[in-house]
Design a protein around this ligand. Structure first.
Ligand code: PMP
Length: 361
């Protein structure tokens, strides 16, 4: 078997030792004579997995006791509705930063529920730049401030976050969760679809400060209520057991590697190699994103023509480097280089970029 270097944005490459462990214990989990996907979610084995996964996330982020880790379904997209339904009380408004495709989607759903005050909209820069956090005119009465820490499609990532006083920041960390050192105490809530740095698709991580649970309306349908999920330790209904099991293994893998500090170091190294190849061949490649907010997870770049971009992507695929085509909404190229991407994969990509520029430039 030859594994490819997978630069897809999510689902994406996962740590090989985790995949091997999953394969190894699939048919007979811990000598129980059945696989994890056949077991009751009320079994001791599964409870250990789910509580273990939550406690590893707490360990990774050194979370204080007043933060709750939930595992929910519906993807990060479901959070676009659950957040305002739970946390935006009638008569109040929330502040929103619009920095690309994902925050636009979150904004559209929030507007269906309540009032939104857009404090930043990156449209004039084609969503390729972020504001100085200190320049934002935040409403001190806002129910919350919503931020997308990393725009997976546009490739912009907030290097640091605004000071919002008593207003909780709610952050979509889908594509940079577990990639850098960060105190989550700066946030009222963060959420992330697992399928980038945390595991397979099917589970969404929600971490929220418990005082926010008091806002959840009693009239809300059960599945939509954070309060119900928190009271039932994310077991109100059947959780996505296989996704949670794999997430636990991925978190275990990351902790063994050195946790967030190690992830941050690896991300700097990987992204440095790709941005370095762009800089080195700057007459050929161009990164459209402002330098101070270039994503360390999703590196976007353009070649002189679309034809050359297609050729580059095809040549990469022939060399076992797949998933380098930019998102269909923006075109160009994108290398998603999450925690599980081996450095060798990024080196191979940088070499190809150098060679391709030399022969086509
Ligand atoms: N937010 C961001 C930043 C994302 O990258 C994605 C998915 N790529 C989503 C939200 C939506 O996540 P899901 O597909 O899990 O609903």
């Amino acid at each position: 078997m030859k594994r490819v270097y997978n630069f897809n944005a999510g689902p994406c490459t996962l740590p090989l030792p985790v995949l091997e462990q999953v394969k190894e214990e699939f048919l007979d989990y811990q000598g129980k004579g059945m696989s994890i996907v056949e077991m009751s979610h009320r079994s001791k084995e599964y409870e250990d997995i789910q509580f273990g996964a939550a406690s590893m996330i707490s360990q990774l982020y050194d979370l204080p006791d007043n933060y709750k880790v939930l595992f929910l379904g519906g993807g990060a997209t479901m959070q676009f509705s659950m957040i305002p339904l739970n946390l935006l009380p009638e008569g109040r408004s929330c502040d929103f930063t619009v920095t690309g495709s994902w925050s636009k989607k979150a904004l559209a759903d929030t507007r269906k529920v309540g009032k939104v005050n857009v404090v930043f909209d990156g449209e004039k820069d084609n969503y390729m730049a972020l504001p100085d956090p200190a320049s934002l005119k935040l409403d001190p009465q806002a129910a919350y401030l919503h931020i997308t820490s990393n725009e997976t499609i546009g490739g912009v990532e907030w290097p640091n976050f605004p000071e919002s006083g008593k207003v909780p920041i709610i952050c979509d960390m889908s594509s940079d969760f577990a990639s850098r050192r960060l105190s989550l105490e700066r946030f009222g809530m963060i959420y992330a679809g697992a399928q980038k740095n945390a595991g397979p698709a099917g589970v969404t991580i929600v971490i929220l400060r418990d005082d926010l649970l008091e806002r959840c309306p009693e009239t809300l349908m059960a599945y939509l209520s954070y309060k119900i999920h928190a009271a039932k330790d994310s077991m109100y209904n059947t959780p996505p057991v296989f996704a949670v099991y794999m997430l636990k293994l991925v978190m275990e893998w990351l902790l063994k590697k050195g946790g967030l500090a190690a992830a941050e170091k690896m991300a700097a190294e990987r992204s440095g190699l790709v941005y370095g190849a762009i800089e080195k061949n700057s007459a050929f490649y161009r990164c459209p994103v402002a330098e101070n907010c270039r994503s360390k997870m999703n590196v976007v770049f353009r070649l002189p023509t679309e034809e050359l971009e297609n050729k580059f992507v095809a040549e990469a695929a022939a060399g076992s480097m797949i998933g380098l085509k930019g998102h269909r909404s923006v075109g160009g190229c994108r290398a998603s280089i999450y925690n599980a991407m081996p450095i060798a994969g990024v080196k191979a990509l940088a070499d190809l970029m150098n060679d391709f520029a030399a022969k086509s430039g």
